[in-house]
Design a protein around this ligand. Sequence first.
Ligand SMILES: *Cc1c(COP(=O)(O)O)cnc(C)c1O
Length: 420
Amino acid sequence: MEDTASANQVTLDHVAALDAKDPLAHYRKQFHLPEGVIYLDGNSLGAAPLAAFDALEVASKGEWAEDLIASWSGAGWWTLGETLGDKIAPLVGASDGEVVVCDSTTVNLYKALHAALSLRPGRNRLMTEAKAFPTDSYAAEGVVATHPDFTLDRVDVEDAGFADTLDETVAAVLVNHVDYRTASLRDMMRLTQQIHDVGALAVWDLCHSVGVIDVDLEAAGVDFAVGCTYKYLNGGPGAPSFIYAALRHHNTFDTPLQGWWGHAAPFAMEPTYRGARGIRRFMVGTQPILSMRAMAASLDMYAKVDIADIRAKSQSLTQLFIDLIDQECSGLGLELATPRDADRRGSQVSLYHDGGRSVSLAVTDQHVHGGYREPGLLRFGFAPLYNSHQEVGDAVAIIKRVLETEMWREDRFGSADTIS
Ligand SMILES: *Cc1c(COP(=O)(O)O)cnc(C)c1O
């Protein structure tokens, strides 16, 4: 046992070597990162790309201030949602015209689920994940509230018996590609196939996979998908989300939020709604152009990177973190909540601790910025474009110190309330 442990010992040299051969290392200087902080929360809000500042300057001082209304066509504002959708398409295995950027993730989930139900008349069950990020279920509840015959089933897609709960009464299932709490990566091919086997539609939430995993919606035959742009895509706070509809569903689905941006002839000012052809039908009204111009700058960076390199580095960073936590922090009360198999996890590692909330506050106080989710989970997200292996090593050393010294029990971290 001793021998194996020392043979696997992760050394400082090893960490430095991983950074030395990292093909993405040079991207870090294209981001603004605050001094003295190890930022491991890019799964919640991605860091700011320097190019976004320039884009905002051009969009605000030039396109808005100088050109005003002429920018709707002159600067491509009117079609910016589709332009950005086409930039995201290759990251998710979609074709031009299948993705559009608009509205928030929650609003798009609502639209996607409603659209899916409209394509499966005569059925009466909608499924969501019991343990999903709550807003996904809230949106699903809202959709079911407008369909009086429907029931909402909360299921566990990781349960071996999941396929048995499916039958011909199910209209659609909403599945998260990566679980926000555990970072467990779901098998998109297999689950979509199981859902299709009963004639239901598969709606995927890509919030925690887009930008770090080579998603292939078309290969898996996914019907609809929604994802976030301000996490790993670094689009900026409040940047609108994206929505995907497989080409075979275009022109047939209904959208529950009918607006002039999704009208077949928006400038004809017709008195009644006629849905646009193509993905534009999912649009509703005027979009946050400044935010989208910042996002465009970030997406242009992705156009130059091979997503396979991003995935490889993501797996390398998460693996190093897990190995170092095993090596340095055993006996300190941490429990790994993320799959050990690198092919079964996203770009995040979650650690359970009885005093999780206080530990998270103490670790943040020591300048390692991770996230916290009830119950007791410390979440660390690793962004391959700007995090280094060195940061992983330093973060583990700090976590170890916080636990060993029991600093997290200090009153200022509120341990009293959390432990009881
Ligand atoms: C981040 C995230 C959201 C965010 O929804 P907003 O409408 O952008 O606030 C929704 N669902 C999941 C699974 C997420 O991870």
